[in-house]
Design a protein around this ligand. Sequence first.
Ligand code: GLC
Ligand code: CA
Length: 547
Amino acid sequence: MEDFKKSTIYQVYPKSFYDSNGDGIGDIKGITEKLDYIKSLGADYIWSTPFFVSPMNDNGYDVEDYRNINPIFGTMEDVEELIGEAEKRGIGIMLDMVFNHTSTRHEWFRRALAGEKEYMDYYIFKEGEPDVPPTNWESKFGGSAWEYVPTLKKWYLHLFDVTQADLNWNNAKVREDMKEIIRFWKKKGVKGFRFDVVNLISKPEIFEDDWEGDGRRFYSDGPRMHEFLKELVADTGIHDMVTVGEMSSTSLEHCIRYSNPEEKELSMCFNFHHLKVDYKDGNKWELEKTDFGKLKKIFEAWQTEMEKHNGWNAVFWCNHDQPRIVSRMGDEKEYWKESAKMLASCIHLLRGTPYIYQGEELGMTNPGYKEIGEYRDVESINYYHILLQEGKGREEALEILGQRSRDNSRSPMQWNSGKYGGFSENEPWIGIPENYKYINAAAEEQDSDSVLNYYRELIRLRKKYPIIQEGSIEFLHGMRPEIFAYKRVLGGQELLVLNNMTDKNADLKEAISCQGFLRLIGNYPCEKLPDKVGELRPYESVVLMKG
Ligand code: GLC
Ligand code: CA
């Protein structure tokens, strides 16, 4: 079995992880200093978000130079040291390749702007009148996806910020340059790659207005996607490395193809359908209660279909673009610990490779910023203004940001109860919530019943039991939507995972017999397994194994 199927991957957002030199910004040396902590979790790989040279309009997802390190994060020597020190501990480093677009400060774009034909063909420029964009597509960060360049009398496409210009993958030279970047980092000893919004790289032949949506149906999983991925993987020889594609508004059919080993594309895919179950009519900026029935249906479809067709999921709740899961689907107060652990069980016993985003293993919460001045993220700031323009009041707009902003995950890692949570000696670039005084790594290290130790146990169980790695999966029906329950089966073994996603007792309708089962893990004390489980307590998680 492939090694990534037994692995757990820890995601680091360097800017907010650990500041080694006291300038308020996390850095690469900071990651190296904390490797033993990551090792103590049992993680096999670290995926770091980009630390390459960048103007940082999108915190490094706007790359100016793919082969050099942004000085605020450190030097190439620091990266080499990180790779080497991680390797000594049996941890592989995975880098984030942002290949859909570059920063407009990238040399290629500057040369394109200067009118060099060769480089204009690296991007997507279209003719047009200065006040009529080529299509009505919207940028994912708000506003038009096109920007006019008066000197060229042309528009260029930017699906994200105006300073992130989309690359033209139909140009073979672009594809060759991207392969060179992969080879460069592979030589440095990295063990894998995460490909940023990779399913957006193949643009359609014809650019037309979208009268149903924002344009995404025309460019997501585009016509040459599978061809481009196969070529990239074959020509760089990364088929045996760990690779994960971030898939934006994708489909199950495509993700099966992206991740089925026979296709020789990627090891696995991230998709986000399960994180849109609290969007009103699919709109991230309209609050809605979580639809647990829908959540379960989405997981069920992705889990069982991927199994049936030999695909592989990356499974996760959190990353640097998502609010904290305990604030989102759990409870920040009375049942903080129970709900954080229950949400961990849901993910870590699924079929797929689990990802942990820094601080998730501590049960970190949304920071609760109250003022627009506390936000740093380009998307959040853009949408704050869009929400006001749409007629929402200041309070309401801030309430929405408080729940939906990407900065919710970007507050500094909470290491201890000291000043600035032990993240830095000086004021961090973004605020830290008050709860660092008790939600922090040092405190949880001391407490055998902590969220941190629960995560450690889940990772250990995955390594120990093949049923967690490769057992087949079946969702349990006939229960309330808020009971997230599934069964894993391997040979004569059975694993039963029962989770109550609410703050109330919930009966299972039909009690489940515990005959022959052992309790593997759970988030409430348990002296002795009862004969039957008929009811789950608030946010209770019970994991039973037989055979
Ligand atoms: C991905 C990244 C996100 C970034 C975007 C554009 O979604 O995770 O942080 O803003 O791509 O590169
Ligand atoms: Ca620093």
